[in-house]
Write a new protein. Structure first.
Ligand SMILES: Cc1ncc(C[n+]2csc(CCOP(=O)(O)OP(=O)(O)O)c2C)c(N)n1
Ligand SMILES: Cc1ncc(C[n+]2csc(CCOP(=O)(O)OP(=O)(O)O)c2C)c(N)n1
Ligand SMILES: [Mg+2]
Ligand SMILES: [Mg+2]
Lengths: 365, 319, 365, 319
């Protein structure tokens, strides 16, 4: 029932506005600035949003432009500061609350899931809770056990909060604008490695609303769904696969709740194979959900094979030898996709192509 | 003022007595945490608030809801699980709201609304409004981390929040001294930089005065204020009955509290005729509230899947 | 990989020791008492464990028997008290920390998931964290939004903490004993409606270890997995189904992490149909996980159809008309199972049998 | 005693300087939060502890780990991500542990180990042990709810925990006064019923004395004690460099702190020959630690799936 559906076509690719390229960081900053200029109810806060490093630059210049009342750093009090966002939202503000690590959301879930997600319902529709929580997933360079988690599935599990995980600067800007204007709470998942990505970003304000996934590479042999940063790895994997003649169709769900199951299921109906790659654990994760939903749609009609990839089912280690094995990457994704296509363990792993290497994250921590 | 206070006190007392009476019939589809004996705290504070000021409270929220002007019929209908309820049957006794008169919500998770109140106050500040927020919570809530975090934030930002600790000496069946190394709740508030005072929660007149003074200071930009009001819960923690047989507290303590009952104390200050007029008006309101609740319909299952998100989003989710 | 498997047969049914019947509450109390007597390192604490109502009787008499140091109530401080459990465990105690509502665990997940679940790994195996968290799921009688959640999938998602959800007094006792003796953190999920159940419980101490699910009703037409309290509804559903000639095989997973996928998959391979019923939301829930795992095992070999049931994808309402629709029950489970068997929407819903009615919970709250 | 303190101070200072120096080579596979300038707090307190006492700390934990006697080579190897590391490459700089000398762990989530320390102390109490626990944390951690919750619990149960707030005036780049309405951290401790004192964290001798007195009180059953040690971080929040160019603090403040450097102060109290002996022994230890780290192997991928649970359970999970 929750399955939101785009009966029509999936989201078209953004026009390659070659004239204007921006980084993910700049896209986030720009959306924030435009939304704050557009609506004086928007406020931006969180630990260190007003410090010199400005959350990797995503809040740069905003304290000066909008003043210390609308842009402010906070005490180290995730629980109360999340509760405060709810109070602000009840009073008509539109807070954006920033967390430099998603791991710290575990201190905030009581307010987010017991209060924010439930308020509209338990108060019989008498209140709106327009608030955005930006939470970053860390990776690489010894981030380790407590600075690396992708916990978005918790927010997909409990009804009442939307979840978005853009992977391009274009979507970063458009979904953040949509999230800020949304009258419901929204978790905005930001992967630290995406911050380096560059891409076309129109100057004017626009929104990328929930409802539609995007087919980022059309193909016919296997459907690869890449969530958040794993979209980047999936795109690279598609190139490795092209080298061996496998045509992967890559999909970016963008919004995880509501999730556009139709676009994914329609693709799987064509390819007969589904590989879901998440930047999180798979056990009770978004990958399990996507697999289940596609199964619900296609069972009895179109047979398909699938695989889930994500964090290894263990705690994130710091040392690089183990850390590398903890995460899926373009090559392991390509290998899994090819095995799905061939219906057997081929043992193939593409040789690394220099142009398709992952960025190693190396601070600022 | 005495008449107004009495009306408010009597109104809460009577509707809760009626709730307790009706409870056995199973018409009330919800656990109830009664405020009987504690009414004066809500009444004293709320009487000093303006209509555009707001309050946040707890699952023990009938008194606060009514004292701030909440619709009694909508509250009783809510307890009955009816569409006429203040949350249309979705929230029950623990999630009362009446945004029109500034009741901004009550929560079943201890401590949560303390932070919500501070956030609301932050919005008032950003808006240059002189409206203030009152946050009601129990002595138990002061042990939750969110309490300390919020106090610090409120002082840091000089927020117009009046923190009101209704100290009834117990969290469920556990006495304060079994839960707090040092039982001086005001000391905690002061340690975070906030003026705090402990007031007899049965003394509705003093409470009202001190609340008014605190609120004036807040409107003048002096930042958050703290009141610890000592009080006593006459009934069991949850449910309509008594619980002295459990042995965790003494009937004698209740007798002492009842001897200082604010409802009776204020009643005795009134002219008997005026008192009678108030009482009969309240009796009528109570009767009508229960009639309204009885007459109101139960929601239909169509309502199950609405109000999760705003309408548009619910439509998308259910498509 | 996480899929723990019982290559051998599933767990046999406990011998119906007709001589000794106990309630779920008594079983929990007895296991606690026996473990505390057996090992002086076991301590029991949490809000109100030593109050007159004694957590529905599960802690009754234990303060007197073991003293106020080993059995104690706490301040309202879920976060710190959970952190304290970890410290106790590091020092060699075996704390059992009790929460009267699983909803309140949202205040404790930072310590449970960021610290307890990760300590052994992030400290390179140098520590054990033997602790048990008992958490109760509420249902019925207006428990509402914040007193009704089943959040076990969060603990299945993050590696490092075991999860058990017994449904019978026999398993309640045996799994609690196993959990207490386990050197890893264990979440023990208790459903309030199960507290009323009675069943055979041997007097002596015994353990029900992780690793094997139990087939509670053998059948050939459809596999019904019922989690926690939904096991009771599933057993009732099997009777409704028998009335119309459908032979359901009912499985109780008992342990959710590690999960015995093999027993479930083997059953589905026989029946060709899988219905998973959880006392939680299905989105990214245990039901999604079980469906995905069975798919992983059987795809390409045995086709099967499946359905997930759980909380309606909305916030829990208080009024009975909506609350009834929020939860699966024996009749709706039976209806779904029959539809799966027939491969179409039959529209059948069994008439209520008086002997199969659900217990309405009516306090103590 | 001076020699002992100096050895400990110098050991921490030198290994961290070396870490900073090596950092650019990318051999250290982990973020590092250096304690340079803050060593005296850990050294003063840990010197007053017995070997069977334990400590819990934070991601800025090198100083505490070493001061309590942690194995230097295992620490450096850990930073290098090697199997010889104190967590075999799994935890990195932020998760140091050395259970043999009572270093019970450090955490990257601010505030968490404060509660863990109290739990450990509870165990000591149940066991009738007179061992005590020291909990190290920053000024920022005192804003987390868990801090207040733990203080209350520790007083309630009279736990033998010495709370040590290393107040370096900043949380990352945000000054204390921007985060705390009232910056008196000791007042918070007192409000929960705990003796508290603020001590110059550069004055290692006084600190050691006061810590010893507090620890004696704890062993005597007087319950938790609180020390706020004021100090200054010389380097950037995370990483090996300076950060005065960021503009959030002044070089002058650092100069003032450096003028009162405990390492130099204690050095100057020693006989030059004794000092030289200590220094050369430490230099050797540091050199050997880095050699050990270099020589140690990286874990193999087999190690990825061990230590999730105890062995038996890992086997079950991976079958
Ligand atoms: C976070 C949380 N922990 C535990 C509970 C269970 N609980 C419900 S009421 C209550 C006692 C609260 O005491 P107090 O704050 O003094 O309020 P009172 O009921 O006395 O008005 C407890 C522990 C809860 N609802 N929320
Ligand atoms: C719960 C939590 N929130 C935020 C962070 C991000 N963070 C890392 S260090 C730090 C500052 C902590 O300051 P303080 O406690 O004073 O310690 P210091 O670094 O000064 O030693 C913050 C906010 C975190 N690690 N954990
Ligand atoms: Mg109370
Ligand atoms: Mg600091």
């Amino acid at each position: 029932m929750l399955s939101p559906t785009a009966k029509a076509a999936p989201r078209p690719a953004p026009k390659p506005a070659a004239e204007r390229t921006r980084s993910f960081v700049e896209a986030v900053r720009e959306a924030t600035e435009q939304e704050m200029a557009r609506d004086e109810n928007v406020v931006l806060y969180g630990l260190d949003v007003d410090d010199p490093k400005a959350i990797q630059g995503t809040t740069l210049g905003l304290p000066a432009k909008f003043g210390a009342e609308r842009v402010f750093g906070t005490p180290l009090s995730e629980d109360a500061m999340t509760g405060a966002a709810i109070g602000m939202a009840l009073a008509g503000l539109r807070p954006i609350h920033v967390h430099i690590r998603m791991d710290f959301l575990l201190l905030a879930v009581n307010q987010l899931l017991n209060v924010a997600a439930k308020s509209r319902y338990m108060y019989g529709g008498r209140v709106n809770v327009p608030m955005v929580v930006r939470a970053m997933i860390g990776k690489s360079w010894g981030q380790g056990a407590q600075h690396s988690q992708g916990l978005h599935s918790f927010f997909m599990h409990v009804p009442g909060i939307k979840v978005v995980a853009p992977s391009t600067p274009y979507d970063a800007k458009g979904t953040l604008a949509a999230a800020v204007r949304d009258d419901n709470p929204v978790l905005y998942v930001e992967h630290r490695l995406l911050h380096f990505q560059k891409g076309p970003v129109p100057a004017e304000s626009y929104t990328v609303q929930p409802g539609k996934a995007r087919i980022t590479v059309p193909g016919s042999d296997v459907t690869v769904v890449g969530i958040s940063y794993m979209q980047v790895e999936a795109l690279r994997a598609a190139k490795y696969l092209a080298d061996v003649g496998v045509k992967a169709e890559v999909i970016d769900p963008i919004w995880l709740n509501p999730l556009d199951t139709d676009t994914i299921a329609e693709s799987v109906a064509r390819t007969g194979r589904l590989l879901v790659v998440d930047t999180a654990w798979t056990n009770c994760g978004a990958a399990a959900e996507i697999v289940s939903r596609v199964g619900e749609k296609l069972q009895g009609e179109v047979p398909f094979r699938f695989q889930r990839m994500g964090f290894a089912p263990t705690t994130c280690p710091t040392t690089p030898t183990l850390e590398d094995a903890f995460y899926p990457n373009a090559r392991t994704i390509a290998a899994a996709a090819r095995d799905l296509v061939e219906g057997r363990k081929t043992g193939w792993l593409p040789a690394e192509r220099a142009d398709l290497q992952s960025i190693e994250f190396k601070g600022p921590f | 003022m005495h008449a107004r206070l009495y009306r408010s006190l009597y109104r809460i007392r009577r509707v809760e007595e009626e709730i307790a009476r009706v409870y056995a019939s199973d018409k009330i589809k919800s656990p109830v945490h009664l405020s009987i004996g504690q009414e004066a705290v809500s009444v004293g504070v709320c009487d000093a608030l303006r209509p555009d000021d707001v309050v946040f409270g707890t699952y023990r929220g009938h008194a606060m809801y009514l004292a701030k002007g909440g619709d009694m019929a909508a509250m009783v209908a809510e307890l009955y699980g009816k569409v006429g309820g203040c949350t249309r049957g979705k929230g029950g006794s623990m999630h009362l709201i009446d945004t029109e008169c500034g009741v901004m919500g009550t929560s079943a998770v201890v401590g949560t609304t303390i932070a919500n109140a501070a956030g609301y106050a932050y919005a008032m500040k950003v808006r240059r409004s002189d409206a203030v927020v009152a946050s009601f919570f129990g002595d138990g809530a002061t042990e939750e981390g969110v309490f300390a975090e919020t106090l610090n934030f409120a002082v840091l930002k000089k927020l117009p929040v009046l923190f009101v600790c209704e100290n009834n000496g117990f969290a469920i069946h556990t006495a304060q001294a079994k839960r707090q190394g040092l039982t001086d709740i005001c000391a905690r508030a002061r340690a975070y930089g906030m003026p705090a005072e402990r007031i007899d929660g049965n003394d509705v007149l003093t409470l009202r005065d001190r609340a008014e003074a605190a609120i004036e200071r807040m409107r003048g930009g002096e930042g958050p204020q703290f009141i610890e009001a000592t009080t006593y819960r006459w009934r069991e923690h949850v449910g309509p009955g008594q619980d002295f047989h459990l042995g965790y507290r003494e009937q004698a303590d209740c007798d002492a509290a009842q001897a200082r009952d604010a409802v009776r104390a204020i009643a005795e200050m009134l002219d008997p005729k005026e008192r009678a007029l108030i009482e009969s008006a309240v009796e009528l309101e109570v009767r009508e509230a229960f009639q309204f609740a009885e007459a109101s319909a139960f929601p239909t299952t169509d309502d199950l899947m609405t109000d999760i998100f705003t309408e548009e989003a619910d439509a998308l989710a259910n498509r």
